[in-house]
Design a protein around this ligand. Structure first.
Ligand code: SF4
Length: 339
């Protein structure tokens, strides 16, 4: 019999598992605290539960915690980890330390089926969804798991294409019985699958980022093919109409490619799109790979965009790249997996 994994279960699911033997919700919470906060990988080591429960649990379940199979450290101290499941699915995770902020960039899928032409993960193809446990394990199995303050779903895959597992992972990450990280410090990034976004906004308090890359519908179709089915305009309208008092953070990611989407026309398009909204925009450098002749916009051009957006009343920032030398930066995950 295959054992079930505790990592990936909610405290309530653990309770339903142990309740028939007479154990309580407080035992279930002790188990989830051990798995998610203390990262206990052996059931015998779980604290604050009776021996009888440990023995019974060990017959039917394992912790579900598994270690990365490889890692690479960047000169800027970013670390990229490679995970492989028992069924052979591979995916990457990036740990980004930055003063007091320690961010883990998790993958939601092995590969991706969205086909964005500038992204290496798209070239790797789609190899499968990750379970909630496989997502959460990318955080709790890391050597510096105890230091983690922020989570971003910006690794491999499109989170809204695996929305149920992503929502469950968000619940585990933000619950008191789980990792107890504030939803204000958890950001899920999407190319904009409308049904997934609507479900996400209804069922979670975490932040949302839309990968925009062009303010113009026809042009965006070429860099983000799902624009044909799910126009970004629709997601932006949903963000604009969301009640401000809920204090949720909405942002757009805009990878800047020289002469392609960094013209004055694009700047005006962005201003028109975001006028009067609280949506922020993060400007990101582009990372060409292989024989791609496109280049990133210059630092000066990125600052020019930022300055003009800010004086138009739009919150904008230029993000620096992390882990470029180990292919851990935006759009580069799966570089090491493609033969
Ligand atoms: S950019 Fe994101 S959605 Fe597009 S192919 Fe890459 S991982 Fe998938």
């Amino acid at each position: 019999m295959d054992k079930m994994s505790l990592c990936g279960m909610t405290a309530d699911e653990i309770f339903r598992l142990i309740e028939p033997s007479g154990f309580t919700l407080s035992h279930a919470v002790s188990i989830s605290n051990s798995i998610y906060k203390k990262r206990t990988s052996e059931i015998s080591q779980i604290t604050k539960i009776p021996r009888k429960l440990k023995d019974e649990l060990a017959v039917i379940a394992g912790s579900g915690i598994f270690m990365p199979v490889a890692s690479e450290v960047s000169v800027d101290e970013t670390v990229k980890f490679l995970f492989r499941t028992e069924t052979g699915k591979e995916f990457e995770t990036v740990y980004i330390p930055d003063n007091k902020r320690h961010t883990v960039c998790v993958s939601a899928q092995s590969g991706c089926r969205m086909g964005c032409p500038f992204c290496v993960t798209a070239r790797y193809g789609f190899r499968g969804n990750l379970s909630a446990g496989e997502i959460v394990n990318q955080i709790i199995s890391l050597p510096d798991a105890g230091k983690v303050t922020h989570i971003v779903f910006m690794g491999m895959g499109e989170p809204m294409d695996n929305i149920d597992n992503v929502l469950k992972a968000c619940e585990i990450i933000t619950s008191e019985w789980g990792l107890a990280i504030s939803p204000r410090n958890v950001t899920v990034s999407t190319v904009g699958i409308t049904s997934g976004v609507e479900k996400f906004l209804k069922s979670s308090e975490c932040n949302l980022t839309l990968s925009l890359h062009s303010p113009f519908n026809e042009e965006r179709k070429r860099v983000v093919p799902v624009e044909k089915k799910y126009p970004a305009q629709k997601i932006i309208e949903i963000m604009k109409n969301y009640p401000v008092k809920k204090k949720r953070r909405f942002s757009l990611a805009y990878v800047m490619i020289k002469d392609l989407n960094d013209t004055d026309n694009h700047l005006e398009g962005l201003k028109a799109l975001l006028k009067g909204s609280i949506i922020r925009i993060n400007l990101l450098p582009y990372h060409p790979v292989g024989n791609d002749l496109n280049r990133s916009s210059t630092a000066e051009r990125m600052q020019f965009f930022k300055h003009n957006l800010v004086i138009s009343g739009i919150s904008a920032s230029v993000r620096k790249s992390r882990g470029i030398d180990i292919s851990a930066a935006c759009g580069l995950l799966a570089t090491g997996l493609i033969n």
